[in-house]
Design a binder for this molecule. Structure first.
Ligand code: DX5
Ligand code: ZN
Length: 212
């Protein structure tokens, strides 16, 4: 399985080393959580940090926008280095247009959905996105516990991959034990923040997670 360590849990006092650790690890992407203090009750980081990532990261950047009015910023984030870009369905009335714009700017387009959001939107947007980011915590903070009632939603999405081409991504509370318990309901990509960066050996933890 593909692993995307979430930079949010990295030590910003040694950002360059943390990026180099991920470059040398078995991870597939670097997950970049952008929070605006409005869509979620926390503010993380923005373009200056993305610039550092773009300069030093050798793995594709998976930018997760937890911001209101994502339409204002997708171009800047793709041009700023995002290879994968997800925005929240709950943050826009124009998801179809925005997904197209993300692709036209040159990134893989992703829909992120909060735990309370169902899959009613799927038929009308099918084919327009490259991945779905299933939030398995309430977005805003690292280090929360995986919400197990999200498992049927993940299973439904995984099943839909036989008819439509897209990846499933799970974001929030992912640990080795959670992946073990998910068993056959594993996503294509797992985001892991605190479980990686609080491990005594983050590189080994990334290898352990990616072996699923
Ligand atoms: C939560 C973020 C997640 C978070 C994951 O709002 O979208 O990407 O950093 O961190 P952990 O793995 O610690 O839940
Ligand atoms: Zn995220």
């Amino acid at each position: 399985m593909k692993i995307a360590p979430s930079l949010l849990s990295a030590d910003f006092g040694k950002l360059k080393e943390e990026i180099e650790m991920m470059n040398a690890s078995a991870c597939d992407r670097i997950h970049v959580d952008v929070m605006d203090g409005r869509f979620v009750p926390n503010i993380s980081f923005g373009f200056p940090v993305l610039q550092v990532l773009k300069k030093y990261a050798t793995k594709p950047l998976d930018v997760h926008l937890m911001i209101v009015e994502p339409e204002k910023y997708v171009e800047a984030f793709v041009k700023g280095g995002a290879s994968y870009l997800s925005f929240h369905l709950e943050a826009t009335n124009h998801a179809h247009r925005l997904l197209n714009q993300v692709r036209n700017f040159g990134a893989k387009s992703g829909i992120a959905i909060n735990p309370q959001t169902g899959l009613d939107w799927f038929p009308s947007l099918a084919g327009e996105f490259d991945f779905v980011n299933v939030m398995t915590v309430n977005p805003g903070f690292g280090g929360q516990s995986f919400i197990w009632t999200m498992e049927p939603k993940l299973k439904t999405l995984n099943d839909l991959r036989s008819k439509h081409s897209f990846e499933t991504e799970v974001d929030g509370g992912v640990t080795y034990e959670v992946l073990q318990k998910l068993g056959s309901v594993l996503p294509d990509v797992a985001v892991a923040g605190s479980s990686v960066f609080s491990a005594s050996n983050p590189t080994e933890e990334i290898s352990r997670l990616s072996a699923f």
